[in-house]
Design a protein around this ligand. Structure first.
Ligand code: AMP
Ligand code: ZN
Length: 479
């Protein structure tokens, strides 16, 4: 049985979904006003691995919903500061709508490149404005919100637990709020948060706006996640994910407004938070010039799968530190793992499922031992580095046959998502002349002209390239 840390109880708990056999999982998506970075990659790979564990190992039918925040919201999580999308528009000379579209496309491509399964539903905040308005109406009817000339606010003191959620005190939050630049404000309590902003005062020119019972304006940021998770997954959901930055404001606000609207508790049964990724021990920031995209990692010659491997080596509840030296090291271990895997003899049938009640039970006793070790590792609060160690042990084992090794590791990779069985494309920077020699040598190998093919390998090496043979093809790399 899967055991997972629930940030709400701050304990490791056994995972039991609300409805038998099914899991509803909602992930806070990106704000699409800038390029995603490798910190986003970490968070969404962790979500993806959780989803894969639930589907592949635990056998659940998962509905994974992720939002796209394309309504401008503020640079800080609280209600003050600059609008992120408008800032993005200013930077690029485009409209806020174009900015959102462009960065959403970019985000999807980056996530695809990390082999993250696309969520079953990806919903934009701007496509769900009536749902957000409807939810705010319910909250108001239930007496948890008040209307002011500048905004509709949620009244946090009406929600008894607000101050204790995720172990954060209301006092801590108030200190945070006070530290920000407060301009106009008709809040009853500084910790109250906006459900609907009116297009007045500093927002008089706000580019995105809609009609509502409270006048022309736009939704506060937090309400979109409550509205969309309920729309697609119901009023109570199994898992909600996010980065650690959401523990203090965004997620307590989501809980407060959702439970205030429906009266049902808990809004979310398990909260799953990923810790942040830092670069060279420092927070990523534009001023330090250390905000890297997945594309920057690829440009330096690393495979996105090596980056994914880097993510898997750090537990989701620990800070992860990225460095170029670290990247070099994990890239080498990833290549080694893949090479060992691809060198195994292919015999067919190795892709048969080995997990859960529908597992094909033809594994040997030793095979079952390794399978169980893998399952124990992933079920132990997703200990992925231990799970990778099991894959390595399988490949090194002297008693298992190639066939069974391949079958085990191919199944493990349904959780890792490291594309171990996909032969890498030949890198684009191999000169045509060398490629011609490689192809010629392949033909010789096929017609068993071993001496000639060996001579050609030597010639290719003299040109500075190394060819490695596998049962079903070759790879070429620069020496
Ligand atoms: P944002 O677009 O800033 O709202 O971020 C989208 C998601 O990525 C949120 O769940 C954040 O918590 C998460 N995130 C942002 N920066 C990092 C980082 N450096 N490391 C890990 N996760 C992050
Ligand atoms: Zn959210």
């Amino acid at each position: 049985m899967l055991k997972i840390f629930n940030s709400l109880s701050r304990k490791i708990e056994e995972f039991v979904p609300i409805n038998h056999g099914k899991v509803g999982m909602y992930a806070c998506g990106p704000t699409v006003y800038d390029f995603p970075h490798i910190g986003h990659g970490r968070k969404y790979v962790n979500d993806d691995v959780l989803r894969r564990v639930l589907e592949v190992v635990e056998g659940y039918q998962v509905t994974h919903v992720q939002n796209i925040t394309d309504v401008g919201h503020l640079v800080s999580d609280a209600d003050e500061g600059e609008d992120k999308l408008e800032k993005g528009a200013e930077m690029t000379g485009k409209t806020v709508w174009q900015v959102a579209e462009q960065f959403m496309d970019y985000f999807l491509k980056e996530m695809d490149s990390l082999n993250i399964l696309r969520p079953n539903v990806q919903c934009k905040a701007t496509d769900n404005i009536p749902e957000q308005i409807g939810l705010i109406q319910k909250i108001m009817e239930n007496g948890y919100a008040y209307d002011t000339p500048e905004a509709v606010y949620f009244e946090v003191t009406k929600f008894a637990d607000y101050g204790q959620l995720f172990g954060q005190s209301l006092e801590d939050k108030l200190v945070g709020v006070r530290g920000e630049v407060v301009t106009e404000n008709s809040k009853k309590n500084p910790a109250d948060f906006a459900l609907w902003f009116k297009r007045v005062g500093k927002f008089a020119q706000h580019a995105m706006h809609w009609e509502s019972p409270w006048g022309d304006g736009f939704p506060g940021w937090h309400i979109e996640c409550s509205a969309m998770s309920m729309k697609y997954l119901g009023e109570q959901i199994d898992i909600h994910t996010g980065g650690e930055d959401h523990l203090s404001i965004h997620h307590p606000n989501e809980i407060a407004q959702s439970e205030a609207a429906t009266g049902k508790r808990p809004f979310v049964k398990y909260w799953f938070h990923s810790l942040f990724l830092a670069v060279d021990g420092k927070k990523m920031s534009k001023s330090l010039g250390n905000v890297y995209k997945v594309a920057d990692v690829v440009e330096k010659g690393f495979s996105p799968m090596a980056l994914r491997y880097y993510y898997l080596s750090a537990h989701y509840r620990k800070q992860m530190n990225f460095s170029w030296e670290g990247m070099e090291g994990v890239s080498n271990s990833y290549k080694k793992l893949k090479k060992e895997f691809l060198a195994l003899r292919l015999e067919g049938g190795q892709d048969k499922n080995i997990f859960g009640p529908s597992a094909d039970e033809s594994l040997t006793g030793r095979g079952k031992f390794f399978r169980d070790e893998f399952v124990n590792a992933v079920e132990d609060d997703m200990n992925m580095s231990a799970a990778i160690a099991v894959a390595r042990a399988v490949l090194k084992d002297e008693k298992l046959k190639d066939f069974e090794k391949r079958r085990l590791v191919e199944n493990f990779d349904r959780v890792f998502g490291l594309k171990l069985s996909e032969r890498d494309e030949i890198p684009a920077d191999i000169p045509a002349e060398v490629m011609e020699m490689v192809n010629k040598r392949e033909e010789m190998r096929k017609s068993k002209q071993w001496a000639e093919s060996d001579a050609l390998r030597k010639e290719i090496e003299d040109k500075g390239y190394k060819v490695s043979d596998f049962f079903d093809g070759v790879t070429v790399e620069k020496i």
